[in-house]
Design a protein around this ligand. Structure first.
Ligand SMILES: [Zn+2]
Length: 259
């Protein structure tokens, strides 16, 4: 308790009282912190820009013994992620990551590998061309799900260990893959059929970094199945079985494109 310092990303922000802002910060050292930024909405506040969602700050926090809410004593912006914040599609994807993390991070518990992966995700989203946004959103969401303790397996059959099969069945329930032959003897209502290409994309999403992923081509048809698998895993194995509200904008835009 007392004064602590840590890098962190603002993952939610709402107004509090006349001039303050209550934010939730995913910090590297202390995990999720609920923080009151007093006077942050005053025009001359030193906290104004530093408490905007998806801003990477270095903060000094005063943790109080008796309440779950820390107070912000100082904040420097390390990186503002301007391109994400200035682009509705990128901002929707970044906000959906934040929404997912907010629902799944245990408060006050450091999650360093996940924090680093989240920063990498934001840096990637900040820099890639718009046509790559969707691919990276789903790839990093899958990495987050894995780092939260549920790591699916996409490379070998869980029944007989073969690595080659014409078709695969993926079980959302246990996160394992079954070859054509093994899946015939199993009944699982949460099976999703994958071909070798879709399977390879999911494997790359888990195992490859942004550099490798930027060269990975994912067809529209593959993307549809891959999203179904990742959404299945998220809803079945993590908190929040509903839709990610931050993706509403994306859904609306893609519907408009079809009409
Ligand atoms: Zn098998």
């Amino acid at each position: 308790m007392g004064i602590v310092k840590s890098g962190g990303v603002i993952i939610s922000a709402k107004d509090s009282g006349e001039t303050s802002r209550l934010v939730e910060v995913f910090t590297e050292q202390y995990g999720l912190l609920k923080v009151m930024a007093k006077g942050a909405r005053r025009s001359k506040s030193r906290f104004g820009a530093a408490t905007e969602p998806l801003t990477y700050i270095h903060g000094v926090y005063y943790l109080k013994e008796d309440s779950g809410i820390a107070s912000l004593s100082a904040a420097d912006i390390v990186f503002p992620f301007e391109k994400i914040r200035g682009d509705l599609e990128k901002f929707s994807y970044g906000s959906a990551w934040a929404e997912f993390l907010l629902g799944n991070l245990p408060p006050g518990e450091a999650q360093k590998p996940l924090f680093r992966q989240f920063l990498m995700a934001l840096k990637t989203l900040e820099n890639v061309n718009g046509d790559q946004n969707e691919k990276f959103f789903w790839a990093y969401l899958l990495k987050f799900i894995s780092l939260l303790g549920f790591r699916p397996e996409f490379s070998i059959c869980a029944g007989c260990s073969v690595v080659h099969s014409k078709d695969w069945m993926f079980s959302v329930e246990n996160g394992r893959l079954y070859c054509d032959k093994c899946s015939r003897s199993l009944r699982d209502s949460l099976f999703i059929r994958l071909d070798t290409g879709e399977n390879r994309v999911l494997s790359a999403f888990i195992n490859s970094d942004s550099d490798v992923l930027s060269r990975l081509t994912v067809t529209r048809r593959q993307m549809k199945i891959v999203k179904e698998v990742i959404e299945g895993l998220r809803k079945y194995h993590t908190a929040g079985d509903g839709e990610l509200k931050s993706l509403n904008f994306i859904h609306r835009v893609s519907k408009d494109n079809i009409d």
